[in-house]
Design a protein. Sequence first.
Lengths: 189, 225
Amino acid sequence: MTGLESGATEAHEANNEPGDRADYEELRGELIRAVRSLCPKWLASRAEDLVQVALVKILEIRRRSEQDRDLSSFYLKRVAYSVMVDEIRRLERRRESSLETDDGEPLPLPSGAPDPAKRQESRELGEGIRGCLEVLLRPRQLAVTLYLQDVSVVDAARLLGWELKHTRNLVYRGLGDLRRCLQEKGFHP
Amino acid sequence: MTGAPGERETTLRLREAFASLGETAAPRPDCPPPDRLWATAVGESTAEERREVIAHMATCGSCAAAFRLARGLVQEEASTQAPPEPIRLVREPWVRWSVGLAAAAALVATLTPLGWWHQTPQYRGDRDGEIRSLIRDGAEGTPLPREKAELRWTAGPPGSRYEVRVLTRDGQEVAVESGLERPQYTIPPSALSRLPPGTLLYWQAKMLSPDGVSTQSKTFSIRLE
């Protein structure tokens, strides 16, 4: 049994009927799978805490609800996602305020391109893209943002609530604007 | 739009560069909560709400990264042919569990100072590196005597120091002690005097070995006499 699997369950083992325990273990197992599927490598050491926080969140929702509720694995992933993003944001805020932890250890960065020079180059281009996106016409900005997020044009049309043809046109024109803007900034991607 | 090889490379480069913003980004005060990001990724919210979130993402590397995470999940779920059976929870037992779990989580959080989120090297002196309770835990175990409420756990390497924290189910702190030279701690009777008989206590120990390696125990419970 890994640390993630063992967790703090033993604190509760003695309080509940075997059936309840089975439900709990099943839920916990699902959450562990959800966290594993979501958790970035650099956050892996926090996985057990994330499972705990997600459990508490689910139980709180459950306690507030009047009816019994079916919890699909998709719903559990949603909760795990929410907990994960909160945790990532917390760490990002700390990283911004200090590059070291209270113990004086450097905070890990998410893994990226292995070559530092290439990584730096990529980040500079990323900054350029962000600057260009800021000045794009809003409809083009939205379409290009989803394109850069690797969302297909079909999905982009659905998410934006626009016709497919219109969305495709916006991506096309928006990318043209983006390229011109980047060239003006000295980037030639 | 990504047809020609050169164009595909450019697209990949642009996407990588855009994604790289998430590596060093910090969330902003106007970042949408995770639930809104999720609702956007799965298309649950209204089109106008989704457009607002996407516009925010255009200039926020942190939210763009969080959105990609959600999209990855959505796509993974969509590729699953048969949805797994939902887990049905019966209300009453979960209500009972919730308070204890909240306390346990609070305990874990309390004993996890900011620096602890790093990969903590595990102490290997024990069989599997875990700190184990040496008292019979749980509600069915022998109740903890008020006059000698001694908590004991497995020892680390010679020279280790220990910290212990004890809370009630609702998260009230009963006792906390650090700098212990031995893997045991007796809760002062005065700290227990206000607690009714049968109170379930949650406790956790932390060990700091001489070489600076820290190890945190699971959350244990014991019922008070």
